[in-house]
Design a protein around this ligand. Structure first.
Ligand SMILES: [Zn+2]
Length: 196
């Protein structure tokens, strides 16, 4: 699907159901990627109206505000969001937001490292998403390169979190998994959620 088609699809979904968090988020992400930062701001704020704890929506909103030259607003949002993401154990958006602040000459909040140093030194499996030494998946959850990557990088707990999230993805996007478009949307949400 072309990006413009995706924008239309998600816009229709968001208009039909203003409580569709994932449609607002996907729309905001596409607008940001297209350099349409004012529209990105609106969609990401709509997403945060439905779920104010969406860390990646906060990250993208911060980026969009910086692109719009609204530095004070962006810094205020990012500082609060870094702490929130830290508390939720969402380290990828946390670190991405810290890097955004650093790039703009602002010292990010100082947060203690969360890594299981001893386990890492002992060579234990460490999940790339939660950065904890937790059991990994015994088998690839599905075939192909992406399935192998998930098994290599992701712990059982994070995979279970995605399983719960994937139900929301299928419902909110009304995915018919028999179609390539639905698989495309499913896969990009999986990649985003697990960081693979
Ligand atoms: Zn994990």
């Amino acid at each position: 699907m072309e990006n413009e088609d995706k924008i239309n699809l998600f816009r229709n979904m968001a208009e039909a159901d203003p409580s569709n968090e994932l449609a607002h988020f996907s729309l905001g992400k596409l607008y940001k990627e297209a350099g349409r930062f004012e529209e990105a701001e609106t969609s990401l704020k709509n997403c945060l109206e439905v779920n104010q704890e969406h860390s990646v929506a906060r990250q993208f909103l911060g980026e969009s505000l910086l692109e719009l030259g609204r530095k004070t607003e962006a810094i205020e949002l990012l500082e609060a969001s870094i702490l929130m993401a830290h508390e939720r154990g969402e380290f990828m958006p946390r670190d991405a937001m810290s890097a955004l602040l650093s790039d703009h000459g602002i010292e990010p909040p100082d947060l203690a490292a969360e890594e299981d140093t001893e386990a890492i030194e002992a060579g234990a499996f460490v999940c790339k998403r939660c950065r904890k030494a937790r059991p990994g998946l015994e088998d690839a959850p599905f075939s192909g390169e992406l399935g192998a990557r998930v098994q290599e990088d992701i712990c059982v707990d994070c995979w279970k979190e995605w399983m719960a999230m994937s139900i929301k993805v299928i419902n909110e996007f009304r995915l018919n998994m028999a179609t390539p478009e639905a698989n495309d949307i499913y896969e990009s949400n999986l990649r985003e959620f697990l960081g693979v």
